[in-house]
Write a protein that binds this ligand. Structure first.
Ligand code: HPA
Length: 244
């Protein structure tokens, strides 16, 4: 199995034992990282006895990459034999009744990028979310660990700017619970590859306009730091149950 770690969440890789580290710049034709908070290495190692590949750092469409390039790591993971993929991200929280630092199981998505992707071969019909089996495992793991696990729709916006308060009001009306700039192209590719997928968001900040203060990327990274132990506990409990 494999895990893609989102902004501010990459320290999770340090929980792996017997690590082999492969820097992205050693992988032929691999894209270059440009976003702070993303380390840029693939780590192979073990959690308990389970072999796990962890991607520390991902690529975003807003960095100027094609959708195909953004999804390249997922294609690679599928080619080396990964069957189950946990995709994580940092996301803004659209719901006022949830707390910053909450973790959310992604149950569906909105594509709020308005990218013209009619010709994209990765677009498959239907809703690729999510493996019911992995979702059940995630709920069980959260309950065993005593961790609140929210569930909701992830709204993908283009970035790199945060959304406007008016956009967030619209996204809330459309049923979005979290907003972020990644994950959806990866989930599409994972579904296309026949991988079992689980999407997890770390709600690092209230989305624009919810609080009377501007957003910043530091806040995103700070919350990632604050909840990293809870996040790691949940991920490890999930991985143990996937393997069982
Ligand atoms: N909006 C979009 N992406 C994000 C946010 C946000 O508020 N927080 C972390 N990633």
């Amino acid at each position: 199995m494999a895990i893609i770690l989102g902004s501010g969440l990459s320290e999770f890789a340090e929980n792996l034992s017997n690590r082999t580290i492969i820097p992205y710049d050693r992988i032929p034709h691999y894209p270059k990282l440009t976003v702070p908070g993303h380390v840029g290495e693939l780590v192979f190692g073990y959690l308990n006895q389970t072999p796990v590949l962890v991607a520390r750092g991902r690529f975003h469409y807003y960095e100027g990459y094609s959708l195909e390039t953004v999804a390249l790591p997922v294609r690679l993971l599928a080619r080396v034999g990964v069957k189950a993929l946990v995709i994580t991200n940092a996301a803004g929280c659209v719901r006022r009744d949830w707390q910053v630092g909450d973790l959310m199981l992604i149950t569906g998505h909105l594509d709020y990028t308005f990218i013209d992707n009619a010709d994209d071969p990765q677009i498959i019909s239907g809703e690729p979310y999510h493996s019911d089996e992995l979702a059940a495992i995630a709920r069980e793991a959260a309950s065993t660990e005593g961790i609140t696990l929210r569930e909701g729709v992830y709204s993908w916006s283009l970035g790199p700017t945060f959304e406007t308060p008016a956009e967030i009001r619209d996204i809330r009306r459309l049923g979005g619970a979290a907003v972020g700039m990644s994950t959806v192209p990866e989930i599409r590719a994972a579904a296309d590859e026949g991988l079992q997928v689980l999407g997890l968001s770390c709600l690092t900040n209230y989305a624009a306009g919810i609080l009377d203060q501007p957003l910043n990327h530091e806040e995103v990274l700070e919350t990632g730091q604050r909840v990293k132990h809870t996040f790691a506990r949940l991920l490890m409990a999930i991985i143990v149950k996937i393997e069982a």
